[in-house]
Design a binder for this molecule. Structure first.
Ligand SMILES: O=C(O)C1=C[C@@H](OP(=O)(O)O)[C@@H](O)[C@H](O)C1
Ligand SMILES: C=C(OP(=O)(O)O)C(=O)O
Length: 430
């Protein structure tokens, strides 16, 4: 399904932010790893969070759900002997469960998205699991991947952090359940470090004790720990909301978004600071962001690694800024649903933006006068590309057609409903 985005000068209205994808996947996982019954209030509903639900259920968690909450009776350290797991296109779900599969005899992760997740590398995690005796069969570091666990006892693990933080998070979820104590040392740089903060926060809430150095590069984990069954409440999602806020910033707007905690550990809350730096009129108080956009933005420089899943939305806003913006330290955007530097900038250029790439930088020469539009956009299976190009389309001169925009459902199935509710001219077309 495609979406047509027709230029829209004004947005107006009030929305509840959707629930955080990253917290939902983590709470589902720690609930599955506990032996009792946990309750998660306001879980996210998206393809990625559904992938975690489906997989933990296949592994033996018992799940009941109503409008408001989900209750999960976990399998502790004894997952069911499943032969196959389907994580859809969800990178974090795959990586976390690759580690948990070390507790099972023989699991194969199938390759349902050969052109997206199927291209992403998992070598660093495969290597780390190998160090504690887990046998991993793989296709040159990629899916399909078969894990034969059972032998893992704990010990010293070194893991590289310069492609994805998800490998480290995966090991942090697994090692407390192993018989022996573990030490985890992160090699090279640790990208998306802030997200590891969310992992540690959730582990602590689940009763797991982990000693971490302040720089998050070294950990001591006692083996034989138990995840506790708990009650969790999922907060609002900054990465998805970043696109809505960017849309409000590039238009004349009066847009209010609820459920965005000021002191959240989500790095993508930096969207608020970045828009402020761009001189977009806004306030943020008591979990409510209120943007009163006038369409005027100033260029900005920002370390994108601090807010990895909001960078594309920030870049979309910068397309209309006065001056040249620079988003640096973003190399690992290349290893996501698509190459979020080369592929994304190609689509932006088609729409009429003036952008340049470096290996780990995105440079945007702003066009406050607007961009031409009138083209078809390739979504590259990437929800964040779809959302960011929608922002650009709102201020293009001619409509943009975004092909296969249904992939927005990976994290934000109701994104277009939300934008429509604000008055955006967006419509699904066959
Ligand atoms: O741990 C997580 O839930 C995630 C970590 C980040 O990935 P990287 O660590 O690969 O940057 C982020 O982009 C992804 O959306 C979710
Ligand atoms: C990169 C993302 O997710 P994942 O790595 O879990 O596929 C994302 O949500 O933008």
């Amino acid at each position: 399904m495609d979406v047509r985005v027709t230029p829209t000068p004004r947005l107006h209205g009030e929305l509840q932010a959707l629930s955080s994808k990253n917290y939902t996947t983590r709470y589902l996982l720690v609930a599955a790893l506990a032996e009792g019954t946990s309750t998660i209030y306001y879980p996210a509903h998206s393809e990625d969070s559904d992938a975690m639900r489906r997989c933990i259920s296949d592994l033996g968690a018992v799940i009941e759900e109503d409008e408001e909450k989900i209750t999960i009776t976990g399998f502790g350290r004894n997952p069911k002997d499943v032969k196959e797991l389907d994580v859809g296109n969800a990178g974090a779900v795959l990586r976390f469960l690759m580690a948990i599969a070390a507790l099972a005899p023989d699991v194969t992760f199938i390759n349902r998205y050969p052109d997206s997740l199927g291209k992403r590398p998992h070598d660093d995690l495969i290597d780390a699991l190998g160090q504690i005796g887990v046998d991993v069969q793989h296709n040159n570091g990629r899916l399909p991947i078969t894990i034969r666990g059972g032998q893992a006892k704990g010990g010293k693990i070194q893991v590289s952090g310069n492609v994805s933080s998800q490998f480290l998070s995966a090991l942090l979820f697994l090692t407390p359940l192993l018989e022996e104590d573990s030490e985890i040392e992160v090699l090279h740089d640790l990208k998306s470090k802030v997200v590891v903060g969310q992992t540690l926060e959730v582990l602590e809430q689940a009763g797991i004790v982990i000693e971490a150095t302040e720089d998050l590069m070294y950990y001591k984990v006692k083996g034989g720990q138990k995840y506790l069954a708990k009650k969790y409440v999922v907060q609002g999602d900054y990465p998805g909301s970043a696109a809505v806020l960017a849309a409000a910033a590039v238009t004349e707007s009066d847009v209010i978004l609820h459920r965005l905690e000021e002191n959240s550990k989500q790095g993508e809350r930096a969207i608020v600071d970045v828009l402020r730096m761009m001189e977009v009129p806004l306030t943020h108080k008591d979990g409510i962001v209120h943007v009163k956009g006038n369409g005027k933005l100033k260029a900005v420089e920002f370390d994108g690694d601090k807010a990895t899943d909001a960078v594309l939305a920030m870049v979309a806003a910068a397309v209309f800024a006065d001056g040249t913006s620079r988003f640096y330290d973003v190399e690992n955007l290349r290893y996501k649903e698509c190459d979020r530097i080369t592929d994304y900038l190609n689509e932006l250029r088609k729409a009429g933006a003036n952008v340049e790439e470096r290996q780990s930088e995105i440079i945007v020469h702003g066009r406050p006068e607007g961009v031409e539009g009138g083209v078809e956009i390739n979504a590259h299976y990437d929800h964040r590309v779809i959302m960011a190009l929608t922002v650009v389309g709102l201020r293009a001169k001619q409509p943009l057609r975004i092909r296969d925009a249904h992939h927005v459902a990976k994290s934000y199935p109701i994104f277009f409903d939300h934008l429509k509710a604000l008055g955006a001219n967006v419509e699904w077309i066959e």
